[in-house]
Ligand binder design. Structure first.
Ligand code: HEM
Length: 506
């Protein structure tokens, strides 16, 4: 009884204090829906298909929308001008990350760079990551990617009905080989299974507003046996999976480095740079290295899979786009070899497809939330410290004032006079996040997607199954989730000709 009373008093005090804090400043807040007493805009925050809800809020209130839920302020920026002015030009204030008690304290996901507080430790992670994935150095990974893409094409050719499983495996296979030097053969590999669960935990644990403990942080101290404390059990489960996913492959490489049997990889090269055991910096360097390797797999596999799946369904639904792409491939690459990284500059239409796919389907439609490190005033609006700030990527890349008929899949919008029209807004404006926290793996992601799209189209027709009227029996839809994939669909991969598959030596 005493526990419940203490809990009720603590909840009451917490709500009153937050509400008081949020009203102390009389400066106006940006526009947004009027809130209710105490709960504020709790019921206005989209809890499902959040990109649709924030798109509607932007249409109704404009390109800067402000909400407050139990005293937690949230701001949504829906034009490039706003994201540039705040997330880029005021990056010193707008590059922190929300401290979600669920994700940080209970699940231990705070060691993943994308959720890490802005500061010295994050900067050291970012520097270490960039050393391995800077655009100028990516060619060192081309042989690994090319080898895995060839294997993938062979697998699809031998067993086209499993094309989706092969596609999902491909991106993890590339990342795991680059990061740990480990070769995998299927989605059932324990390293992939662990990371799939970590990603599932990410979707469950890291969505702003989903958990009461994020609004009332003291709830993290409630005893596990208390009714309603199931979130603690859930968090403990994902904490254990996260630790395994981070340490198991890295420990394997550490051992192989000591044995002298480790193939070259990002991890082996991070380990080679470690100070000697006993050095005061050793523990931290090791933590950074483990985190860098794990975040590469966490952030790099499922995101690219989502983008690739969107490409398959969109291409199947647009055979005229597919025909044009294949004509270009036949003309530029010819027959008897696969498209290479070097061909990319000449494959204008393929590049336009890549841009249009990344515009059309957002795997992170609101990027990842940032947070303000201090109070600040913008155009007369007061933005409190700790405000969660989201760039509305889906809205920006579907703005009809910028993209005529935004729901049409039309790669031609990116082409002028036979060349890519660099003046048209593309993925770089929003699809990979913003400012100092922008995705540092984006160049790697885009060039990997290029090589997969070009190689698949060179060898296969991607065909939509037909309904009874002869039209496609599938449609493009967006499934709900943290990392957003298209809704389930099926396509048929048909080899363009027996000769075309000759390049795979099968
Ligand atoms: C289509 C593929 C991808 C998409 C759409 C994507 C999107 C994003 C987004 C939206 C963020 C958060 C940015 C922000 O906070 O403003 C992010 C962060 C990050 N991404 Fe990606 N990403 C992709 C692929 C990759 C790949 C392949 C890697 C690794 C090679 C990677 C590594 C990272 C890392 C390390 C961060 C954390 C950055 C930080 O907080 O400083 N991502 N990504």
């Amino acid at each position: 009884m005493g526990v419940f009373l203490a809990l009720a008093v603590a909840i009451g005090l917490h709500i009153v204090l937050r509400a008081w804090r949020s009203t102390w400043s009389q400066l106006r807040r940006p526009p947004g829906p009027r809130g209710l007493p105490i709960v504020g805009n709790f019921f206005d925050i989209p809890s499902e298909r959040h990109w649709e809800g924030y798109h509607e809020l932007a249409n109704k209130y404009g390109d800067i929308v402000y909400l407050e839920s139990f005293g937690q302020s949230i701001m949504v920026l829906s034009t490039v001008q706003r994201t540039k002015e705040l997330l880029e030009k005021r990056a010193r204030i707008y590059s922190d990350k929300p401290r979600s008690p669920m994700a940080f304290d209970l699940m231990n996901y705070g060691d993943f760079m994308g959720l890490m507080p802005y500061g010295t430790l994050w900067k050291r992670h970012r520097r270490a990551f960039t050393k391995h994935f800077a655009p100028a150095d990516l060619s060192r990974y081309h042989p690994t990617t090319t080898k895995n893409v060839r294997k993938y094409l062979k697998n699809v050719a031998n067993d086209p009905s499993k094309w989706m499983g092969h596609t999902k495996h491909l991106f993890s296979a590339i990342i795991l080989e680059i990061t740990y030097g480990v070769e995998t053969t299927s989605l059932q590999d324990p390293l992939i299974r662990d990371m799939t669960e970590v990603i599932e935990g990410f979707s469950i644990g890291c969505l702003p507003g989903r958990w009461m403990v994020d609004t009332l942080p003291f709830l993290k101290y409630v005893p596990d046996w208390l009714p309603g404390a199931g979130f603690k059990k859930l968090a403990a489960y994902y904490r254990a999976v996260e630790e395994r996913a981070r340490n198991r492959p890295f420990d394997h490489v550490m051992k192989a480095v000591l044995d002298g049997t480790a193939p070259h990889s990002v991890s082996s090269s991070l380990i080679a740079d470690f100070p000697d055991p006993g050095h005061p910096a050793r523990t931290e360097e090791e933590l950074i290295a483990r985190n860098i390797a794990a975040v590469t797999h966490l952030a790099g596999a499922d995101t690219t899979v989502g983008s690739a799946l969107a490409f398959f369904v969109l291409i199947a639904l647009h055979p005229e786009v597919q025909r044009k792409a294949q004509l270009e491939l036949d003309e530029v690459v010819g027959f008897g070899r696969l498209p290479t990284y070097e061909d990319r500059a000449s494959l204008v239409y393929i590049n336009a497809i890549l841009k249009e796919s990344l515009r059309y389907h957002q795997v992170t439609p609101l990027a990842l939330p940032h947070s303000t490190i201090s109070d600040n005033v913008y155009e007369g609006y007061f933005i409190p410290k700790g405000t969660i700030v989201m760039g509305n990527a889906w809205h920006i890349l579907h703005d009809p004032d910028i993209f005529k008929d935004p729901m049409a899949f039309r790669p031609e919008r990116y082409i002028k006079d036979g060349k890519i029209d660099e003046s048209v807004l593309d993925w770089s404006a929003a699809a990979f996040g913003f400012g100092r926290r922008i995705c540092p793996g984006r160049h790697m992601a885009v060039e990997t997607l290029y090589v997969v799209f070009a190689s698949t189209l060179a060898l296969f027709d991607i065909v939509a199954p037909k309904d009874e009227n002869g039209g496609p029996s599938i449609k493009y839809g967006i499934a709900d989730g943290g990392i957003v994939h298209p809704e389930p669909f099926e396509v048929i991969l048909v080899p363009r000709s027996k000769d075309a598959l000759g390049v795979l030596d099968i």
